[in-house]
Design a binder for this molecule. Structure first.
Ligand code: SF4
Length: 182
């Protein structure tokens, strides 16, 4: 099947591409990640993927939208559920592009990460597939995550330290830098 594969980052793409190719799919990569902040981090992740796409010989379509303002406006009143908007936005844009450009299905490398809300992500993808009238190609890739990370470090690829949004960066680092004064 000709599949448009949403790619969240180069490390997550390593085993996702391998496994989906082995399943017989002809893949095109699609970058659309307005959830990644700040801009220097966004650029590092995008550049890493552009480089890796050449290594692994995959066509990559780059929807280069740095979405700090759009993203934060949409999630700021309900930060606890921000991942719902994040999945919906990225997958919706991917599915629409796939439909409009003649792909037979879509998928996402987010399915490899044990740190994502896998069941929620799958639900969002299935809902969007019905609404946009294009199949969602589902494989539970989580068992390949460690192997993908190991190979990414070996290459080496740029390895991010937090999920992506500025709020996940805060969750990752604030505890470690907070100073307690008695
Ligand atoms: S934590 Fe990750 S998945 Fe959730 S909103 Fe932030 S970038 Fe998106």
């Amino acid at each position: 099947m000709n599949v448009l594969l949403h790619i969240c980052c180069a490390p997550c793409s390593v085993m996702s591409i391998d496994v989906l190719r082995k399943e017989g799919h002809n893949l095109t990569g699609y970058w659309y990640n307005p959830n990644i902040h700040p801009y220097t981090e966004y650029k590092n992740r995008l550049d890493a993927l552009i480089g890796y796409a050449k290594v692994v010989d995959i066509k990559l379509i780059v929807n280069d939208f740095y979405g700090l303002e759009m993203f934060t406006k949409n999630v700021i009143t309900d930060l606890a559920n921000r991942c719902d908007f994040c999945y919906e936005e990225r997958i919706r844009v991917t599915a629409k592009y796939a439909k409009e450009n003649g792909y037979e299905g879509f998928s996402t490398t987010l399915l490899i990460s044990p740190y994502q809300k896998h069941d929620r992500l799958k639900q969002v993808c299935e809902k969007i597939a019905l609404e946009e009238k294009i199949p969602f190609v589902y494989t539970d890739l989580r068992s390949y995550f460690r192997e993908g990370q190991r190979r990414a470090r070996e290459l080496p690829l740029y390895m991010q330290k937090y999920c992506g949004c500025i709020f996940s960066e805060e969750e990752r680092y604030l505890k470690k830098t907070r100073i307690t004064i008695n």
